[in-house]
Design a protein around this ligand. Structure first.
Ligand SMILES: Cc1cc2nc3c(=O)[nH]c(=O)nc-3n(C[C@H](O)[C@H](O)[C@H](O)COP(=O)(O)OP(=O)(O)OC[C@H]3O[C@@H](n4cnc5c(N)ncnc54)[C@H](O)[C@@H]3O)c2cc1C
Length: 386
């Protein structure tokens, strides 16, 4: 039995039950189709919107339920992964992109952008990474030139999640000559000069559409600038703590699911006249993973509580992402090994999980960058050493 989780209230469990039943009865059967076509359907976002499950934090005046409690987002994400697929990125829409609108959009911008995001008619994405840079965001080259009533946007982005089905992109672009002078702009796919590049083929995560996008002299109205034109870097740093917590939630939910699949398998599969789970090696590895999963879950749940109070530090979020994504990698690897040859076969879920998990140590900040953030918090950053 997993270690009891104490940060949920009875109403979260009621919500979990509703979400679970709906996903199981309505979306679970679509996973095969999603994998084949390389993206979820727009209707899947709308169905989430119909249930009030997109941008839970959005206030009623924009059509949302106004629930500012990340435990609900955690439940949604855990159940999505358990019953459908980790590549259904409604979570990126609501909790990675959405917070930029929540925190930095003015009232007029919110009234323009939020209703569609809440209903699921508008699918959102975030565009930071470029062909030339990812970890070093201050070095981006996409440029937004101030032309008075509009900004002229030029450049290209890559590896953008929801890049094919997305309608609204929060785009990071240079607005000044100094390194790190970045602004954030809302760019919609219908703007002249916006184009999508390749739908990128990946080793895993086939359900999530990852794409290149380009801006050729896109005239972005001044009204689409979020907040201060040179504070984008600070804004990104502010939002990345929640993004990393959500990423950790996905990793751990995925790891828990992979563990359960593997546990069932090692109890069933027999070799040398006994279940393979009866071998000491299997038992020890599974016991070690169970203990690490429980410890990680307790840490992550506490991060969720802190994030709810706006008290989660960048270092704590980085640690959550680091621990959970590395553990996810260990669980799917051990899980595949215990499946033997079957684990390498497409028809076994663990093979998908193995491939889908690999990206978690890279996106939303690599494990090395997470260690940098934690290390700097210890006073071991370059500046402290000099
Ligand atoms: C499937 C997928 C979806 C994605 N979705 C999005 C999205 O929606 N929006 C978006 O903007 N981006 C997205 N990304 C991009 C992702 O966030 C970047 O790939 C990631 O941040 C790493 O950047 P990079 O690929 O440029 O690698 P690099 O920054 O070039 O890093 C390469 C290697 O160098 C290491 N390294 C870099 N700097 C340091 C350092 N200071 N110290 C030690 N090691 C270092 C890294 O850890 C890594 O191992 C996505 C990527 C993928 C694959």
């Amino acid at each position: 039995m997993p270690f009891p989780r104490t940060h949920f209230e009875p109403e979260h469990e009621i919500f979990r039950d509703q979400v679970r039943r709906w996903l199981r009865d309505n979306l679970a059967e679509k996973v095969g189709k999603w994998r084949e076509q390389g993206h979820v359907d727009r209707d899947d976002f709308r169905a989430f919107g119909d249930r009030g499950w997109l941008c839970l934090w959005a206030d009623e005046e924009y059509g949302g339920p106004g629930i500012r409690d990340i435990r609900y987002d955690q439940v949604l994400q855990e159940e999505t992964i358990r019953w459908t697929d980790i590549g259904f990125f409604h979570n990126a829409h609501s909790m990675l992109v959405g917070p930029y609108l929540d925190r930095f959009a003015n009232a007029e911008q919110k009234s323009r952008f939020l209703p569609g995001a809440v209903s699921g008619d508008v699918i959102m994405a975030i565009a930071m990474t470029e062909p030339g840079t990812g970890s070093d965001l201050a070095a981006i080259r996409t440029r937004a030139e101030d032309k008075g009533d509009h900004y002229l946007l030029n450049g290209s982005k890559t590896f953008i999640s929801n890049g094919i089905i997305g309608d609204l992109f929060v785009v990071a672009a240079r607005t000044g000559e100094k390194r790190g002078q970045i602004g954030l702009f809302v760019v919609t796919a219908d703007m002249e000069g916006f184009s999508r590049g390749r739908h990128l083929k990946k080793m895993g995560l086939p359900v999530q559409d990852t794409a290149e996008i380009r801006f050729d002299d896109v005239r972005v109205p001044r009204e689409n600038l979020l907040g201060d034109p040179v504070q984008g870097f600070a804004y990104m740093a502010e939002c990345l703590a929640v993004e990393r917590t959500m990423s950790a939630i996905s990793s751990l939910a995925h790891a828990q699911a992979a563990f359960d699949i593997t546990l069932d398998f090692v109890k069933e599969r027999r070799a040398f006249d006994r279940p393979i789970g009866a071998f000491q090696n299997t038992r020890f590895v599974m016991a070690d993973l169970r203990a690490r999963l429980d410890a990680a879950q307790a840490y992550l749940d506490q991060c969720v509580v802190l994030a709810n109070d706006d008290r989660l530090t960048s270092e704590d979020a980085a640690a959550a992402k680091l621990i959970c994504s590395e553990l996810q990698g260990d669980v799917v690897d051990a899980g595949l090994q215990f499946h033997g040859g079957a684990g390498y076969m497409d028809e076994y879920e663990i093979s998908h999980m193995f491939r889908d998990a690999r990206i978690a140590r890279i996106y939303a900040g690599t494990s090395e960058i997470m260690k940098e953030i934690i290390g700097r918090g210890l006073g071991l950053g370059e500046r402290a050493l000099r």
